[in-house]
Write a protein that binds this ligand. Sequence first.
Ligand code: UTP
Length: 290
Amino acid sequence: MSKPLRKVVFPVAGLGTRFLPATKVVAKEMLPVLDRPLIQYAVDEAVEAGADTLVFVTNRYKHAIADYFDKAYELEAKLQEKGKDELLKLVQGTLPKHVRAIFVTQPEALGLGHAVLCAKPVVGDEPFGVILPDDLIWHTAKGALRQMAELGQAEEAGVIAVEEVPADETDKYGVVDATPVDERSARIRHMVEKPKPAEAPSNLAVVGRYVLPGRIFELLEATTPGAGGEIQLTDAIEALLKEQGKVLAYRFEGTRFDCGNKAGLVRATMHMAMQDPKLAPVVREFAGKL
Ligand code: UTP
């Protein structure tokens, strides 16, 4: 894994049932936290990590994501005509000029592992990142994926983001059994998918950031589908661990908001509002009234 990370995969083909009915027509990744959709936060993090090729694994209903990163001719012409330069810059800035976006389709929602596998023809045999946009990770210094990419390159190993979660929530996550290396990283011994609290090897849960070698695609191809015909990314990472002996769990610096559920989206929105000098007093005043 000595090459720098250039490609990032965004698996965004899930059904987003926790946000129905909105997700009947609005992709979950297009839900906004203030004025930016979740996918924009994810893309910014990938670009900051050094990526110049972004691979979106979508389904046939999610045209909005492609439209969002496309040029908006009419709107841009209107803004230019009216001299609204600030807004024009915002509209044109969704994707930096040196970055290309590639869209591939996951024909059926057969799991996260299957979604990642759909990116194989674009990624090929090189290290790449995976970002699940519903995990919004707020940071003040380096973005989470950049921290992980640097570690992966230095250690020539796959890196999986983990976070300590309350002991009674392990059954919502993949959980790692790992030997600490330093304050933030640990060598994974084993991963368990959604263990009951009593059976969990730790409270270190896998969250939506991965740095993986191209080899993972072959391991995904060899993974037997589990419940519901789903191909689990965790199973392929276990296979990678057996084969390469070293995959790191990394406790990133930053605050994660799980925007895949309503409570997380509310928290993220309030947190981001508190970072904005104009909105912070509004939140304080309103929270006081509540
Ligand atoms: P989730 O478990 O959050 O599922 O997927 P979901 O469908 O997005 O949302 P809910 O649970 O129905 O509300 C985790 C990530 O994996 C992607 C999702 O888009 C999300 O980014 N995914 C999941 C796929 O791309 N394809 C799949 O087949 C499954």
